[in-house]
Structures are given as C-alpha cells and as structure tokens.
Design a protein around this ligand. Sequence first.
Ligand code: EPZ
Length: 417
Amino acid sequence: MAKLVVQGKKRLEGKLQVHGAKNSVLPILAAGLLSKGCVIHNCPQLTDVDAACDILEYLGAKTKREGDTIAIQPQDSGNCCIPDELMRRMRSSIVFLGAIIARCGHARLSMPGGCELGPRPIDLHLGALERLGVKIEEDHGYLNCTAPKGLAGAVIPLPFPSVGATENIMIAASLAKGETVIKNAAREPEISDLADFLCACGAKVQMGRNGDICVQGVPALGEAEHTVISDRIAAATYLSAAAATGGDITLAGICTEHLSAVLPCFEEMGCSVWQKADEIRLKAPDRLHALRCIRTMPYPGFPTDAQSPLMAAACVADGSSMFIENIFESRYKQVPELLRMGADIKVEGRVALVHGVPELHSAQVRCTDLRGGAAIVIAALAAQGQSEILEIGHIDRGYERLEESLSSVGAAIRRVH
Ligand code: EPZ
C-alpha cells in the first residue's frame, strides 16, 4: 500500500495550475453514453474518472484517453446494468442511472453502499425518475428500473437541491418526450457545465433565473466536444494548504467566481487575496486568525467539500473557529486523525469547534475519505516533524497527483510505495 511522507513546516510558494473538476467530468462522462460520440477535454487523472470509464466500457461505449482528453464512442448495443463491483468503486455511479434508462428503457444496478459521509440515500433520484415514468423495484439490494412507456417530461420539485439527483434528471429528461421542469434544482457550477455539454450534444436545457432547470426532450443526441471546468474544490484545498503554512501561492486556470463563498474565509483568517477572472493569489500571515462560523450550504453558499481542508488550516489559527456541516450527516471523520496531530477540536453532531493550537506535531495518520484525507495532508504540511499518511487511495479519487502539485510549490512530500 502506498503512503505519503510529509516533512512539515515548509512554506508553500509558487504557481499551480488547477486540474479539471471531478464533480463535473463524472456526470458528463455518464451523459456521454447518450451521445453519438464525444471528446471531453481537461479530464483530470483520477481513479474515480478511471472507474467511470470502466462503467462506460461495460455499458458498451469505447473510451480512449490521450493526456487530459477522453474520447467516448458509444456502440449500438451494450449492457443496461452496472455490476456491484463497479458500483462500489465509485460513489457517484448512481449518476449513470438516468443515462442507462434513457438509452435502454431499463436499468439494473446495486444500491450504492453507505459511505464515509454517512448514509448516502438516493430517494430523491428515484422519486424524480418515477415522475418521468420509471418503475423501480428493489430486488435484494439491486434496483430494477423499467420505463414501459418510455420517459415523459414532468415537473419535478426537489425537496433539497441535490446535485446528483439534478444531474440524473437532466440527463434522463434530455431524451424524454415533452418538457421537464426541475424546481429547486442544484445550482453548483458543475450543473451548468453538464447543461453546456448536453446542449453541445443537441439537448435543449435551459437554466432558469429562478433556479429552475427546463429540459425539452429531443429524439436523440449528436456528437460534441467539450472542455470541463476547473476544480473549485481542489483550488480551495491548495489555498487552505498555503494558508496553513504561511505561504504565498497563485492558482491559474480557475474560475474565481466559483470560489466566491470561500475566498472571504481566507481574508477573515488574515490572508491577502488578489483575484482575476481565472487566477487567484493568496498570501498568508505567519499566524492565521480563527473563523467565526462556517456554515456549509448548497451553492452559492460555502461548499461542504471545502469544510475539512479549511478546518485543517483553522487548527493552527489564533482563536476558535466554528463549523456547521449542513449537507452531510457525518462529515467530520478527519477529526480523530487531526487530534492525533495535536489539534484541539470538539464535535457535537453537525457542529465542530476548533480551538487553534500553537503548533501541530507529526504522526502516523490515515485518510478517512477524499476531502478528509486532503485535510490530513494539509495538517501534516503545517505540523512540526515528519508525518506518514496511509490509505491515500481516498485522495487519488479526487486529486490529480497531489504530492507532485504540492512539491512543485515547495512542500516536502513524497509518495512511498
Ligand atoms: C455531490 O454529491 C458531490 N459529488 C459531492 O462531492 C458534494 O459534496 C455534494 O454533491 C454536495 O455538493 C459528486 O458530484 C460526484 P447531494 P451528491 O445529492 O450528489 C442528501 C466530493 O468530495 N440526499 O447534493 O451525492 C445526501 O445524503 C463529493 O467530491 C438525499 O437525502 O450530493 C446529502 O446529505 C463528496 N437523498 C445531501 O442530500 C438523495 O436522493 C446532499 O447530497 C440524494 C441526496
């Protein structure tokens, strides 16, 4: 098993190019199943992306990666189910459901396992697809989905702006008969990126100003070429690492607007932030100030995926920072590992209170999930001494060669196999 070895207390300085967005490329790859062939640029090299390509291949689409570009060529026939081992490799494999049903008229896949963030229900996905005419039966941990009369457009009010449910509906509705209106749809930038891709393929998707998404079904999708947006969460992660090490870094190739809820937090911590449309420079003070209160919310609120990286920086700030995790039930798995490094954090349900300490110390720690793992790396970068970080497979799901990126701006971090 590989691990990361980190010698802490090195200031991060320099310029980084941020990779394409994991949470954008995954639904776009799923939607690519419905195209006549597509070329997707700026695809990050992530194990979740590899898993998505394996699912596409299983479903009968040829995929070919050349650098950061993935070409998808769907074949006329293919499977209409996702086997359990493929479902379990990637949490968000549920986003293929809408595409499979739209393509085959039926689908069979296993219930995604509960995972590191607490239960990951899919009731909003299933309820929405039923409104489009899908019949769903549970069968010993599998879901048998059929659309006997095909998919028909409908008004779908989402009780919560679920990102994945919104994506599933957009994809399935693209080939449904008639109009679909998603009310209270998710508004994350990745949703707009998926809409842009679907429209490039010939779908008719409109993002309403009131947050609704309207989809006019079309008989078939065509060919398309698309460039995936930059990963705003990876950007927030690198900024957190610079903040935690008193660093001075510039991020290029990003969309600054996507970080509008995150940048003020770094300024509150005493960092200087300079921004252009596609570039951000952050210069951190030697000692950060605490954050009064961070509430995670659906976009454009503070993103839940940036909660743990920012918490790592708050561990070495002056004062106490409060985090309120409103999106996932259990997203503080990184806390016990941070405590091993000398952090002072109290968790009560959805609230975490972080009391800044003068210094963290090195330890042997384990990644618990993707963003929690990133937080543990950030803490090791700020800690005195050499840390070993295990279970780094979690990190490789969502960060492209994290140790190489961090080393390029001065971190003493290496992967040991
Ligand atoms: C997407 O997950 C992202 N993953 C997550 O990023 C991100 O944290 C999340 O959106 C919120 O922004 C991908 O895009 C691949 P949700 P998703 O449906 O679609 C509950 C990362 O680290 N819910 O918006 O699963 C759910 O339990 C990952 O990159 C239901 O109750 O998020 C959660 O509490 C982690 N029923 C909340 O809604 C449902 O049917 C938000 O879930 C669906 C969701």
